[in-house]
Design a protein around this ligand. Structure first.
Ligand code: DTP
Length: 829
């Protein structure tokens, strides 16, 4: 009855596991469907209207495209004054794309979201209307430093502007507050931080008075993406800015950002209570910027010498920024570059304000060539002739990268944006953004940008910002486009299985593995015990890291964190898609650079030869001063082919062993799967409740289902001292009995009756262990990756391993069992 139930339960578990896999496959298909639908939408949009990279995409239910076109004209009542002020006040000859349209819309009293790349002139879109309108414009800006920059600029062109922020003196604040309602005071712009709006009731009451008097002509919310937690720079005070539209419903609001996807904008719209804003999105394509990714080798990181060489040769006497991950990195990278003869200074949030502004000033006036900075060197940096932005460490999101790298080439002349992509950096950043709502998701988009070898880098950025993209728009201004179709698609299914097995095994042993540990384990550098249980690889470190990264990106691995008061640790765990690997038909591919493959090998690949080919992703040979000759690949391929033949052979052997070991289960297809899982089972025999004897330590059984030859085959033949075996066929228990009595101590210690009892017990244990192995193996094959559950699945069968209560034989047996085990070990040596 019990065994029937167990069978049904096992079958049910297997069906449930299979269902889980099907669900995952369905989820994958749905994702693909969503992707294709969105592609189709974009393509249809492009068919409707050929894409001009400088054209905006206007939206908003209140206005059609045709109506929007009207706002590109200059026949509005304010047009003449606009033109005049553009020239006389701002000393500019013409508008940049989208500026006139945005300004006309704002002057018409429309609520507007303006998404325009950094450095393209968003500020003008509220400054010029401010100059040409009655009253004043309220500008909400996140940083005091940004406000100061703007005030300085406006002062230099004689535009009256004031500010209120936490660092304003009492007298200054009093004066500004009084001026807000004073019709005679001619200031045109009032800059405030969001916290001032949220916290100062006095300011709100003055603004209300100005609103009633019709003096509050416009509200501009700069860096509007800070409202949304989905944006890359969420600021809690921004979330409370809903008060603006609530209190001043008739004042047109202009939200400005360089980086916001439509979902972020929707969120901002809700938060700011702007019912139907018009959204103008300029193309993200900065045609003058060249995008490139270089790979950092974990073994020998020579990024510093590489960067030094670039700065001294390619960018000699040119201004640039090197972005780093941390304040410490800013100091060390800066010191290292200085040692290499580069004129640099560090910049980070922990420096005192005078030092920071001194560095900024010296850099702005070309007294320092390069600033090695954290992201603290960011908003408001408006130097036109920045010729390069190098990221020593990847950014935490594409939005961040776009904005940081966008500080290059504001003068529209060619400039380079280079990012160094290192495996370990992924996890440093991942740990840093562990608490952010969508931190991991955003980081992975950046990793995908870097790991990508087949898509134009611009297209990755454009697609990320939901811009319809035409590949012609790059004009070979990224390393991928310069390489052409120099990549191959490789099958990494078996590698994925190997890596997943390592992570799975660790889970079953209640261990957590860092990416470094997984890398080393797979490369055969872990403890010998683990090496025996896993399939190691002979791939190079770069290749191993590329595959692990790809598995993380594709969802076969996932991230797991552990927090201490001082730091956050990153571990790899099984990803949502790991169970798909149990499906024989499931395969995973990865795209890799082909540079360096010889013609023979390429032909083999083209002919569909099944070996797994992984090429190291060497830095692209774009920069003549930095191109490295990729290693010859042919030998490596042969080596890898052998590796996989060996693997196949080993699997066949394992398969045979498994079959011979599982005995009764050999007809079960899942039982015949190759496996290398070692299960350590600890069994506590339940003591009689009133047993006066002191409890004995738990008995430890070690079951190695597949890594060992079946025990009956290993034992030595019986010697003369063995009592005659019973007649008939030799059974399992016969073998055990003969082994037991073969023990040197049997005559003196074990009575015949005890031997019988012990043999029965041993049979019982054997059967149970087989069951454990079988069931745990089944679980390992079918268990959802979110729950490694090996221990849980072992616990179940163990429940039935209890020896009868009150039986004195339990203690005796345990004693004897321990002795027998140690004797057996002696014999086997
Ligand atoms: N029509 C124009 N013609 C020439 N230069 C212009 C024009 N409009 C603006 N600029 C200049 C002024 C600035 O030096 C530079 C960047 O303008 P700015 O308004 O600071 O950019 P932005 O606000 O889009 O960048 P960020 O996102 O970095 O704040 O461009």
């Amino acid at each position: 009855m019990n065994s029937d139930r167990a069978k049904v339960q096992a079958e049910l578990d297997s069906v449930e596991a299979e269902l889980k896999v099907v669900e995952l496959q369905l989820a994958e298909l749905l994702k693909k469907q969503a992707r294709l639908t969105s592609n189709r939408k974009q393509l249809l949009r492009r068919l409707e209207k050929p894409c001009d990279s400088t054209q905006p995409s206007g939206s908003g239910p209140a206005m059609t495209k045709q109506e929007l076109l009207r706002y590109e004209k200059d026949d509005f009542p304010w047009s003449t004054e606009l033109k005049q002020s553009l020239k006389d006040v701002f000393q500019l000859s013409k508008f940049r794309p989208l500026q006139l349209k945005a300004i006309n819309l704002s002057m018409s009293g429309k609520d507007l979201f303006l998404v325009m790349p950094t450095g393209r002139g968003k500020s003008l879109c509220y400054q010029l209307p401010a100059v040409c309108s009655e009253g004043f414009t309220l500008v909400v800006t996140p940083l005091v430093s940004l406000i100061e920059d703007q005030l300085m600029y406006l002062k230099s062109i004689d535009v009256e502007a004031v500010s209120l922020n936490a660092s304003s003196s009492k007298e200054h604040a009093k004066m500004v507050l009084a001026e807000i309602t004073d019709t005679k005071v001619p200031f045109k712009l009032l800059y405030v931080t969001p916290e001032k709006i949220v916290k100062s009731k006095l300011l709100m009451s003055r603004l209300e008075k100005a609103y009633s008097a019709g003096r509050l002509s416009r509200i501009a919310v700069d860096e509007v993406h800070c409202c949304s937690q989905w944006g890359h720079d969420f600021k809690p005070d921004y979330k409370l800015l809903e008060i603006l539209k609530r209190q001043f419903p008739k004042v047109p609001l202009l939200g400005l950002t360089a980086t916001a996807t439509s979902s972020v904008l929707k969120d901002c719209q809700k938060i700011l209570c702007v019912p139907e804003p018009i959204t103008l999105t300029a193309s993200f394509n900065r045609t003058n910027l060249y995008y490139e990714v270089r790979f950092k080798d974990s073994n020998s990181d020579d990024s510093i010498s590489d960067i030094s060489a670039l700065i001294k040769e390619r960018y000699k006497d040119q201004s640039g920024i090197v972005y780093v991950f941390s304040q410490k990195d800013a100091e060390t990278v800066s010191a290292d570059l200085q040692k290499n003869g580069v004129k640099v200074s560090p910049y980070h949030a922990n420096m005192n304000p005078e030092d920071k502004s001194q560095v900024h000033r010296k850099w702005a006036t070309n007294k320092i060539q390069v600033v090695v900075a954290t992201v603290a060197f960011g908003m408001g940096i408006d130097k036109a002739d920045v010729r390069f932005v190098i990221h020593h460490t990847i950014s935490k999101s594409i939005e961040n990268y776009y904005q940081e790298s966008g500080r290059a080439g504001r003068d529209d002349k060619p400039a380079d944006c280079i990012v160094y992509f290192g495996f370990n950096d992924i996890f440093r950043i991942s740990a840093m953004v562990a608490m952010e709502k969508v931190g991991q998701q955003k980081l992975l988009t950046m990793v995908d940008y870097c790991q990508n070898v087949d898509r134009c880098r611009r297209s990755v950025i454009a697609v990320h910002f939901e811009e319809a993209w035409d590949d012609g728009g790059c004009n070979k201004m990224c390393d991928v486009c310069r390489h052409g179709n120099d990549y191959i698609t490789v099958d990494i299914t078996q590698h994925a299985k190997d890596v997943v097995q390592i992570v799975e095994l660790a889970g079953s042993l209640d261990e957590k593995l860092t990416p470094l540990k997984v890398t080393e384990a797979w490369m055969g550098k872990g403890p010998a015990k683990r090496r025996k249980m896993i399939q190691t690889t002979t791939l190079s470190r770069l290749e191993v890291e590329a595959i692990i990264t790809s598995l993380l990106l594709q969802g076969y691995l996932g991230e797991d964190f552990s927090f201490t008061p001082y730091t956050t640790y990153f571990y790899l765990k099984l990803g949502g898609k790991a169970p798909l690997l149990k499906n024989q038909a499931h395969s995973i591919t990865m795209k890799m650079r082909r540079t360096g493959l010889d013609a023979n090998t390429e032909d083999q690949l083209a002919a569909g030869v099944k070996e797994v080919v992984v090429t190291s992703q060497s830095p692209p040979p774009v920069a003549p001063d930095n191109s490295s000759t990729p290693p010859p690949r042919h030998n490596k391929l042969i080596k890898m082919d052998k590796e996989h033949q060996n693997l196949a052979r080993k699997q066949d052997k394992d398969h045979d062993q498994t079959e011979s070991q599982i005995g009764d289960d050999q007809n079960d297809p899942s039982a015949a799967q190759p496996t290398a899982i070692e299960v350590d089972v600890e069994i506590n025999i339940i003591e009689k409740v009133n047993d006066s004897a002191s409890p004995l330590p738990p008995l430890k059984l070690n079951s190695k289902p597949n890594s060992t030859t079946p025990q009956k085959k290993r034992r030595k033949p019986c010697t003369a001292a063995v009592p005659a075996p019973s007649e008939g066929a030799v059974t399992d228990s016969d073998h055990q009995r003969s082994a037991l009595v073969n023990s040197p101590s049997q005559v003196s210690i074990i009575s015949e009756a005890a031997v019988d009892e012990l043999c029965d017990l041993r049979n019982y244990y054997s059967k149970q262990l087989r069951r454990i192995n079988y069931i745990s193996h089944e679980y390992l094959q079918n268990q959802g990756c979110s729950d490694p559950g090996v221990l849980a699945c072992i616990r179940e069968p163990l429940k039935s391993l209890r020896l009868p209560r009150g039986s004195t034989i339990a203690r005796t047996a345990r004693n004897l069992w321990t002795r027998v085990s140690s004797r057996r070990k002696l014999i086997q040596r």
